[in-house]
Design a protein around this ligand. Structure first.
Ligand code: AKB
Length: 332
């Protein structure tokens, strides 16, 4: 296996006028399909390859190139990058916070060993690499209100530890080998047509589905648990913007991004403006609650706003209206 070194650098042809050739790993999670759609609009359908180890639904398979890629299989991943002349790599494969605590060995393998494979391949082939980080990269000793980009990071989940590791390794490869590593710390992401899997912020997606289907919602966090959140369109917009930002505008390589912060009871109030009959009960999940209590309440993203002009479009009322316009508040 070839490990990145100064000597392993060779330039893949990518000039300003070329479109990047993109690979997205973990593409069937909450964000991959939406990201592929956005990137295909911009760079052309065939320049964006979605990948996962799972079988895609027909609509995903037929909407553009899809390929099997196992990030734990170094040779498989390298072959895909070489054969498809990939220039931009979005690494979305990861186990999220709650599911990571339920299977630490798997989370360690996917989130840490998988990342090592991706970093080496990206450095070896001179790729621009995006790795998402998270509010979960902070912990109980971090300042929580607000949380700046640079502060104590001592998370207590394997997910958080692996994401701090990803931030540090990506930045190390950037300074040591010149890897074009770019990283955003995402808040909880809310989307209508894709489900998150095993996160602490999932309740804020579930409430919309339950409000439209059953009219009953059981929340697994306490009503006053405040967490940073973002609508998926803002998240994908930020991701494309940071990847397109000129390198000289980036004063750092890992940025917080923020849009809004709310508690379950504030979200319920807003949702009930659309579905007044929604019944809500609280049945706290101790694991998720402990995680949420160690995470930022408000995220300071002033560096992203200053360096590359980050600006969110969706606050809480627009988010809720948009979710119901997709899911239909009267579809029960
Ligand atoms: C999770 O809850 O684990 C994720 C995240 C905030 O990173 N949604």
């Amino acid at each position: 296996r070839q490990v990145a070194s100064d000597a392993s650098f060779h330039s893949v042809s990518f000039s300003e006028s070329d479109h990047p050739r993109v690979l997205i790993t973990g593409g069937l999670g909450q964000l991959g399909v939406g990201l592929a759609k956005l990137l295909r609009k911009r760079f052309g359908k065939n320049n964006v390859i979605l990948s996962d180890i799972r079988k895609p639904a027909d609509n995903v398979f037929y909407s553009g190139p899809f390929i099997y890629a196992d990030i734990l299989d170094y040779k498989n991943l390298r072959e895909i990058v070489v054969n498809n002349r990939i220039t931009w790599f979005f690494h979305y494969s990861a186990l999220l916070s709650a599911v990571g605590e339920a299977n630490v060995p798997l989370a360690r393998a996917v989130n840490i060993t998988g990342l090592h494979n991706v970093l080496d391949i990206a450095a070896e082939h001179n790729l621009r690499l995006f790795v998402p980080s998270t509010i979960g990269a902070f912990g109980p000793t971090s300042p929580r209100d607000p949380t700046p980009d640079l502060c104590v990071q001592r998370p207590r989940t394997i997910y958080g530890v692996s994401k701090v590791h990803a931030e540090l390794m990506g930045e190390y490869y950037h300074y040591r080998y010149g890897l074009d590593f770019r990283c955003l710390r995402y808040p909880g992401i809310i989307s209508a047509d894709s489900q998150p899997g095993g996160g602490t912020t999932d309740y804020a997606v579930q409430i919309f589905h339950d409000a439209t289907k059953t009219g009953k919602f059981q929340c697994n966090l306490k009503p006053d648990t405040r967490l940073p959140m973002m609508y998926i369109d803002d998240c994908l917009k930020a991701t494309l913007e940071v990847m397109e930002a000129p390198a000289e505008s980036l004063s750092m390589r890992t940025y917080n991004i923020s849009a809004m912060s709310f508690t379950p009871e504030e979200l319920v109030q807003e949702v009930q403006k659309h579905v007044p009959e929604l019944q809500v009960t609280y049945n706290v999940d101790e694991v998720r609650q402990a995680i949420a209590d160690s995470w930022p309440m408000n995220f300071d993203d002033s560096n992203a706003r200053r360096d590359w002009g980050w600006k969110h479009d969706y606050d809480l009322p627009e988010l809720v209206t948009t979710m119901f316009s997709f899911l239909g508040s009267d579809s029960r």
